[in-house]
Write a protein that binds this ligand. Structure first.
Ligand code: FES
Length: 125
């Protein structure tokens, strides 16, 4: 079985996907969203990087998910926001463990207030 790669990382078995190839799950108090893009399973944070909207409920179109709260649109391949200045959507590696897909979920790094203020001054939030 592969080892978690980063401190705090965990291998989490993915739930069954719905008819649209989507799912959501919670691990260690955090939400995650699962999408299918061109036959590949993509796992992202479930909370939108903008203000925490529920991305698992977002519209998936043209390789991106649109948050239902303010319509920021995140590329599912790169995580980059396509239509606003926003932090990238965090993606999580998907790997096969004993024939079952798992996500290697990594908690976000703790960011100091000073780092958040600098990012805000750069227009990144
Ligand atoms: S919370 Fe997602 S776009 Fe604002």
């Amino acid at each position: 079985m592969p080892e978690p790669a980063a401190p705090g990382a965990a291998l989490v078995p993915l739930p069954d996907l719905d008819a649209d190839g989507r799912a959501a799950f919670t691990h260690d108090g955090r939400e995650y969203a699962v999408f299918t893009l061109d036959g590949q399973v993509v796992v992202t944070d479930g909370a939108c990087p903008h203000k925490g909207g529920p991305l698992a409920e977002g519209l998936v179109k043209d390789g991106a998910v649109r948050c239902p709260w303010h319509w920021y649109t995140f590329d599912l391949v790169t995580g980059a926001c396509r239509n606003a200045q926003a932090p990238a959507l965090r993606r999580h590696e998907v790997l096969d463990v004993d024939g079952r897909p798992h996500a290697r979920v990594v908690p976000p790094a703790t960011v100091s207030l000073a780092e958040r203020l600098r990012a805000h001054a750069r227009g990144e939030d």
